[in-house]
Ligand binder design. Structure first.
Ligand SMILES: Nc1nc2c(ncn2[C@@H]2O[C@H](COP(=O)(O)OP(=O)(O)OP(=O)(O)O)[C@@H](O)[C@H]2O)c(=O)[nH]1
Ligand SMILES: [Mg+2]
Length: 303
């Protein structure tokens, strides 16, 4: 390894749904974080690890900053806020296709109060047709995020501007050897990744509050002698009335969730997967500390 090698840590932060997880996946070149069109998709601090011949960046995706409506939400905001310190750089993400919201301003005050250097990325630039609106947004951003050390216009979907942003990030990484082995792309164990895949399929197939009320508990993960991977997972909902929504008419909904999830788990593990899903009710689990830890994998992050 050459003497000039760089390695460091970067946090992605922003209000919910601006495309943090999509950007992480784009930068890593693999799917390490789940994505959906619904707010509050991400519940954990998830590292994606980008290694090349010049540097290694350990890039943390975080839950979106939002106004919490329950205890789980409070934890999510706490996890994201805590991830602002102790890193070499923060990249704040805003949605280039919208005006700054109250939550963006909340992110601004959090980052301006922290001592970490930060860059600002205007994501979803592919959706911007109107130059005047973009100029107005830039003016607002320069005001709200006055200490930003660079502003980038990017698209996590098309990849536009992402290489420039990575060059910007590289400039903030300290010299040093890699922090992780070079073939590792995420810091999360397989169990977590599998639970997330199931949750993503629920987010993609169900509506409104139901997907947000779901937690996943992996009962069993077993490599079998015949070369298959057996997975038994509980989908935990908050109310009896949510159960039939997940199961669907004649079990159609849960079957679809299972088929889609199995496909992704097989892709991830390169194994033939046997996936069994059960739906269980744990009343108001999102308000209860022990259950939040059990069903979100947040145990390590909030203790
Ligand atoms: N057109 C367009 N859509 C994008 C872009 N980046 C993300 N999206 C979409 O925006 C939605 C939210 O993306 P996520 O990556 O889940 O957003 P997030 O910031 O991680 O959201 P939370 O985890 O809820 O905080 C998804 O439907 C993405 O496909 C982009 O550059 N262009
Ligand atoms: Mg996310």
């Amino acid at each position: 390894m050459e003497d000039n090698y760089k390695a460091g840590t970067v946090t992605l932060v922003g209000r919910t749904n601006v495309g943090k997880s999509s950007l992480l996946n784009r930068m890593i070149g693999e799917k390490v974080a789940i994505v959906s069109d619904k707010p509050q998709t991400t519940r954990n601090r998830i590292a994606g690890i980008l290694t090349n011949e010049r540097f290694q960046a350990v890039i943390y995706d975080t839950p979106g900053i939002h106004k919490p409506l329950h205890r789980l939400g409070e934890y999510l905001v706490r996890v994201a806020s805590a991830a602002l310190s102790g890193v070499d750089l923060v990249v704040v993400i805003v949605d280039a296709s919208e005006r700054l919201t109250l939550q963006d301003k909340r992110v601004a005050s959090l980052i301006e109060r922290s001592s970490s250097p930060f860059l600002l990325a205007l994501n979803k630039i592919d959706l911007c047709r109107d130059n005047k609106r973009l100029e107005d947004l830039l003016t607002d951003c320069r005001f709200q995020f006055a200490s930003a050390q660079g502003i980038y216009q990017i698209s996590a979907i098309t990849g536009e501007g992402v290489d420039d942003l990575l060059t910007g990030i590289e400039g903030f990484l300290p010299k040093g050897p890699p922090l992780f082995p070079e073939d590792i792309v995420s810091d999360k164990p397989l169990k977590f990744m599998i639970a997330e895949i199931v949750r993503e399929k629920i987010l993609q197939t169900t509506r409104e509050e139901v997907p947000h009320s779901c937690g996943i508990y992996l009962q069993q993960l077993e490599y079998r002698d015949d070369g298959t991977l057996y997975v038994l997972a509980d989908i935990v909902v908050e109310r009896e009335s949510q159960k039939p929504i997940i199961i669907g008419k004649g079990g159609r909904q849960i079957k679809e969730i299972g088929v889609e999830a199995r496909r992704d788990i097989e892709y991830l593990t390169d194994l033939k997967v046997f996936l069994e899903l059960f739906v269980k009710v744990r009343k108001n689990w999102r308000e209860k500390d022990s259950m939040i830890q059990e069903y979100t994998g947040l145990r390590d992050e909030i203790s």
